[in-house]
Each structure stands twice: as C-alpha cells, then as structure tokens.
Design a protein around this ligand. Sequence first.
Ligand code: NAD
Length: 286
Amino acid sequence: MPLETIAVIGSGIMGRGIAYAAAAGGFRTILHDVAADALERALTHIRRDLDEGVSRGKLTAAEAAAALERLVPEPEMGAAAAEADFVIEAVPEDMALKLRTFARLDERCPEPVVLATNTSGLSITEIAAATRRPGRVVGMHFFNPVPRMKLVEIVKALDTSADTVGLTQEVARRMGKETVVVRESAGFITSRVNAMIGNEAFLMLQEGLASAEDIDKALKLGLNHPMGPFELVDLVGLDTRLAVLEHMHRSLGEKYRPAPLLVQYVKAGRLGRKAGRGVYDYGGRG
Ligand SMILES: NC(=O)c1ccc[n+]([C@@H]2O[C@H](COP(=O)([O-])OP(=O)(O)OC[C@H]3O[C@@H](n4cnc5c(N)ncnc54)[C@H](O)[C@@H]3O)[C@@H](O)[C@H]2O)c1
C-alpha cells in the first residue's frame, strides 16, 4: 500500500508540529481537531514555522508553499480517517479519550492503516486493545518543538508487528526524523534517563553538595548538556516531572523514587517558570 496521505488527529502543540513535518516531508497531510479555533491556530503556527524554516535555510520558499498546499484542515474525524494511509494521534494525554479515539479510528480507517499514538506515557498496549488491529498500533513519540527536534522514539507495544515498525520508520524518515526503537516501558529511553538525571540533581541539592547554579553549570560545561537539570525542570514544570517519576517509581521500582525535595517544592507551589518560581526565582512571573 503506498504511503501518501497522513492524518494527524489533534492540532495542539504536538499535532501542529507533526503536521508541519509531514507536509514538509512530502505527505498530503490531513489535520483534524474537534475544536475549530485550535485548527485555525495550528494553521497560523504552521505558516509561521514554514517561514522560519525558509529563513533558516531548511527549505526553499517554493518548498514551503508546496508544503502548505499539501496541508488540509479537516473538522470531521471520519473524513480524515477514511482518506489516510497512516494516522498519527496527538489528542490530550487522557486514557479514556485515547481509547475512544482509537476505537473510532479503527472503525473508519481501512484495515492495513497503521494507527500511531504520540502518547508520552500511557500504555500503548491498552490503547491497541481498543482496536481490532493491535498489530498495526504503535507509539510514535515526537519531541517539542517538532520542527526542530530530530528524534522520534518508535515504541513497540505487546502486539506491534515488525511490518508496522518498518512502516513507521519509513514515515519518520520521510518526515526528516531519526528514529530509535524501544519496547513499551515507563519513560521509554529519553524520559527515563532525563528523569533520573533530574532526580539525582535534586538529591544532590537536598544533600547540600553544591548550589543549584553549580550543578547546572557542571552539567552544561563539563558534560555538554545544552541546559542544566534545574533550568530544564523549571521549564518542563516540577509537577510534570514529579508525575513522570511517580509513574516510573510505580512501574519500575524503588530506584525511581522521587527526591523528597522535589516533592516538597511541588507541595509549596514552586512548579517552575509557569508559577514564577521553581528551583529558581523568576520574580513571580513565568
Ligand atoms: N507537549 C509536549 O511537549 C509533548 C511531547 C511529547 C508527547 N506529547 C503528547 O502528545 C499528546 C498531545 O499533547 P499536546 O501537548 O499537543 O496537547 P495539546 O493540549 O496542545 O493539544 C491537544 C489537541 O487535541 C485536541 N483534541 C481534544 N480532543 C480531541 C478529539 N477527540 N479529537 C481530535 N482532537 C481533539 C484539542 O482541541 C487540542 O487542540 C499527548 O498525548 C502528550 O502526552 C506531548
């Protein structure tokens, strides 16, 4: 079956980035969202990202115009599903919503179509069980901002077939991405390592080994990390990081127990930039 048309379900932060990469990669791209204003906003963002891509020399003005031509906003999910050769879901991280969405996609998409989910942490095996094609369901974990981030983690659920993994690798490659393949497990590769580094940094701060500034400086200048672990967690949100660690602790064991200082900061409302204060103080503003 030729891979020509991709449907992206959900046009928020991730969906619009995925649609950008699909359209720029040469796919006819149908972008669906339940909210008309979200779809409108996504198109504005994608136009801006394409202009930025042109100014960064990533694509020519003619290629950007062609990408925009290939992009079709679609308010009806059934219509998007019926035309797609490959579907990438990016609706909010809510299991009940993902299960409903996959059951509907399964009804409407022709049988060989792969249904990929961009979930950061929900069980893809459970999502696949809402369909009659668990072998054709796979995780496709993109990174924010999608137009700039090179990696896609391809996540194999219990029944994901080798053929599905192969097709997903091909789609990602045509979108200009590099891939890694990982079995379903809390945090996949990237979030698991990242959460552990962040947690270790909190343990060190709690033990009074060094200041937050020096821990950040050490990782940036000594280990070449683009951001220090505290700068990063302030950006991600301490509550989000705590939720990831709690999930890993529940499913992977004691090694992943969240540092007590992180728990305390979250209890104090020090959630990061968005709260005006996290590990660092942003003067009450995000
Ligand atoms: N934000 C990130 O950094 C990031 C990174 C990797 C993965 N993810 C994952 O990607 C997914 C989407 O996250 P996001 O940050 O883009 O969320 P978001 O809230 O920005 O966007 C979700 C979009 O889905 C739409 N939507 C809601 N219900 C829908 C439905 N039934 N059908 C179609 N569209 C619907 C909403 O209107 C919204 O526009 C989540 O599973 C999240 O865990 C997020």
